[in-house]
Design a protein around this ligand. Structure first.
Ligand code: GMT
Length: 379
């Protein structure tokens, strides 16, 4: 099948999912065309089945805001027509679903009938999407998508209620390729970060408010008072300054290592003992799944789709949003002895097996077949 994939190419879960999906589909012989404004950050190589089409927006002096959505729709039309795409799969509703719908309508005037699938990832619904500035356009684009998928049951329910949507939303969870995690990582750097054999906690995010990175620091502060521990922060974003200030107030900066944005975090995960994700809302928590695939237990909140991933007492623990005392208590329990840690490591890995790409890829391929056949029958 020839599939166009539209996504955000920068750091963020939806771009990771879209890119890894494209790579896996290409390996299975599908021809994949990424259509986006820069090369997806996880796409470090190209194979014969992967193509990249850059969306450019001219910087006219008249524009205070660049009309990216129009440029994207035009590029989709061009690629769909000249590469003879069978299907378009857009990740993150804003503005990808409406651009895809516009492209589909334009293509129909040329007697080209191409269906599109919209995959919802989280903040496109739970934060940005519910903003009245976007809501009518997203609702209309979802209603007119040929299929809509959500990465968790929780996100599906949010979508149905926020948009009062009378349309089927299929849940296809996020995934990891376990083969990439079952390799021998060079763990020598562990001794550089934890010179005196300390435990290592890790947090990975885009440091937006919704991630509550300040709670990461508060939990860490409580844990290190009981167990010698270091904290590795991976990523960067708008909350950086808040974190820098808080670590000075708590006097924890000396035990925190900020490594910035890392395209593929497996190496740094390989030296960690515990992952922490205290988000306000989280539709799935791909970063937590990636940690679990590296046999790292997860301390998270119990919000959104996290209970569909993290199993209390097995893969880690969940607490109410903001309950840093409970999160710290649970972290200390897991880190307090090697037998407990080993048991949680095993539990985390076993759960990650449920989300292996070999299972999830089939679900996407089945949906692609259904949508393409239905579209052909209608055309
Ligand atoms: O909001 C973000 O953190 C970024 C966003 C994205 O589009 O990259 O992440 C969302 O999608 C991920 C991939 O499906 C999910 O794993 C994250 O849970 C989700 N983030 C939120 O819901 C906050």
């Amino acid at each position: 099948m020839k599939i166009g994939i539209v996504c955000y190419p920068t750091f963020g879960g939806s771009g990771v999912v879209a890119t890894e999906l494209g790579k896996a589909l290409a390996l299975k012989g599908h021809q994949i065309h990424f259509i986006t404004y820069s090369q997806p950050f996880r796409l470090s190589y190209f194979t014969e089945n992967i193509f990249f089409h850059e969306v450019n927006v001219s910087d006219y002096p008249l524009f205070e805001y660049q009309p990216y959505e129009s440029a994207l729709a035009s590029k989709i039309v061009d690629v769909a027509q000249h590469e003879a795409l069978d299907l378009l799969h857009v990740h993150y509703a804003i503005p990808h679903a409406s651009a895809a719908l516009m492209a589909k309508n334009i293509l129909a005037t040329k007697n080209i009938h191409i269906p599109f699938i919209t995959t919802l990832h989280g903040t496109d619904i739970t934060l940005v999407g519910r903003d009245p500035a976007f809501l009518p356009v997203i609702k209309y684009s979802l209603e007119n998508s040929d299929a809509v998928t959500a990465v968790s049951e929780s996100l599906k329910q949010d979508t149905l209620s926020i948009f009062d949507l009378h349309k089927e939303v299929e849940v296809i969870p996020n995934f990891i390729d376990l083969r990439e995690y079952n390799v021998n990582f060079d763990k020598c750097s562990r001794h550089r970060y934890a010179t005196n054999g300390e435990k290592i906690m890790i947090h990975i995010s885009n440091f937006r408010k919704v991630k509550r990175v300040d709670d990461v620091l508060r939990v860490f502060d409580k844990v290190r008072k009981q167990i010698p521990t270091k904290l590795i922060l991976v990523g960067d974003g708008p909350e950086r300054a808040v974190i820098d200030k808080l670590c000075r107030e708590l006097d924890t900066c000396g035990d925190i290592i900020s490594v910035g944005k890392i395209a593929d975090p497996k190496d740094v995960l390989s030296i960690a003992d515990l992952f922490i994700l205290p988000s306000e809302t989280e539709s799935f928590g791909l970063a937590a799944l990636e940690a679990m695939a590296m046999k790292i237990p997860v301390i998270s909140t119990n919000t959104g789709g996290l209970p569909e991933l993290n199993i209390n007492g097995v893969t880690g623990y969940m607490s109410n949003v903001g309950d840093v005392d409970d999160m710290a208590k649970n972290a200390i329990h897991i880190l307090s002895d090697e037998t407990t840690l080993a048991k949680f490591r095993e539990g985390a890995y076993k759960r990650a097996e449920d989300f292996d790409i070999t299972k999830i890829l089939k679900e996407y391929e089945t949906l692609y077949d259904i949508v393409v056949k239905r579209n052909k029958a209608l055309a």
